[in-house]
Design a protein around this ligand. Structure first.
Ligand code: 48F
Length: 266
């Protein structure tokens, strides 16, 4: 037998089993312990850690591909920097991190390799993922109790409501993590509902300060809403950092730890 001969699959079976599998899984995603919004580096490590701890964790990403801004270094150069000790986290997931002799505390990674490993780690931890899923609004009961998010298919949203008017749907969770980077989408939605102050956006670049502040200020910004990664800088108006990804990884891990403490307390 030719080991490379493809099995003769039927078209109807391919369609049927994709649909069955998707909707069977989707049924379980309607209610989670944690919804992480945004599949960049901070959201991916946070998702991976929470699912490894045994929480029902759902990652929502508006794009087709997970990875956010971690697919390349700055200026489309395919190398990125990582401050210590974030390299230890990525190395434990199988990402080669190269120390830079002339620059103590700094390591280099190949972004596509690191991103691919983070994505694989999220899946392997048991987390569930819905890509092409855009968070548009929040479930807020009793005028302020956060109970989950409102989403739509990204392509339906991109077409615009004049062309395709599709109502969104709701997904419930005990906790929502805002890992949407510069946009801080979840916190901005809280602001839109008069539940949070205006989100200032990032300040000008200052890497050392920014990386430290992002990790230190990773926190629960509103009951049941945690913020991680560059969204922390956007919410606080702290400086941007460009292609320095260490704090994204450290912040994602810290957010998962804070969520764990919160959910264990209940
Ligand atoms: O931007 P992103 O990579 O955020 P991050 O994890 O990392 C930031 C770095 O990549 C880099 C940097 C620091 O090194 O300057 O920018 O904080 O990933 C954010 C993800 O959120 C998705 C977006 O497509 C991206 O993949 N996202 C944004 N808005 C929504 C969303 C939304 N409304 N619904 C779902 N996903």
């Amino acid at each position: 037998m030719d080991p490379l001969k493809p099995a003769p699959l039927r078209e109807r079976d391919i369609t049927r089993h994709i649909a069955r599998e998707f909707y069977k899984e989707f049924d379980q995603l309607i209610e989670s312990d944690v919804i992480v919004v945004g599949g960049g580096p901070s959201g991916l490590i946070c998702t991976r850690d929470l699912a490894s701890m045994g929480f029902r964790t759902l990652l929502l990403e508006q794009g087709l591909a997970l990875g956010g801004g971690f697919w390349s270094g700055g200026y489309l150069m395919n190398k990125a920097t990582l401050c210590e000790p974030a390299n230890e986290i990525l190395e434990s997931l199988g990402v080669p991190c190269k120390p830079i002799k002339e620059c103590s505390g700094m390591t280099m990674v190949d972004p596509p390799h690191a991103t691919a490993r983070l994505i694989a780690a999220a899946y392997e931890s048991g987390a569930k993922v819905l890509n092409l899923t855009k968070v548009l609004d929040l479930i807020l009961h009793d005028e302020g109790v956060l109970e989950g998010v409102v989403v739509n298919n990204t392509t339906a949203e991109m077409a615009g409501h004049d062309i395709i008017h599709v109502d969104p749907i709701a997904l419930e969770s005990k906790v929502v993590v805002d890992a949407t980077g510069h946009d801080a989408v979840v916190v901005n939605l809280l602001h839109r509902r008069n539940l949070f102050q205006k989100v200032p956006g990032n300040g000008a670049m200052w890497v050392a300060r920014s990386e430290a502040m992002v990790v230190e200020n990773t926190r629960e910004v509103y009951p049941n809403c945690f913020v991680t990664g560059l969204a922390v800088a956007a919410v606080d108006g702290s400086p941007r950092m460009g292609p320095a990804f260490g704090s994204m990884i450290l912040s994602g891990r810290r957010a998962a730890e804070l969520v764990r403490k919160k959910l264990k307390r209940e």
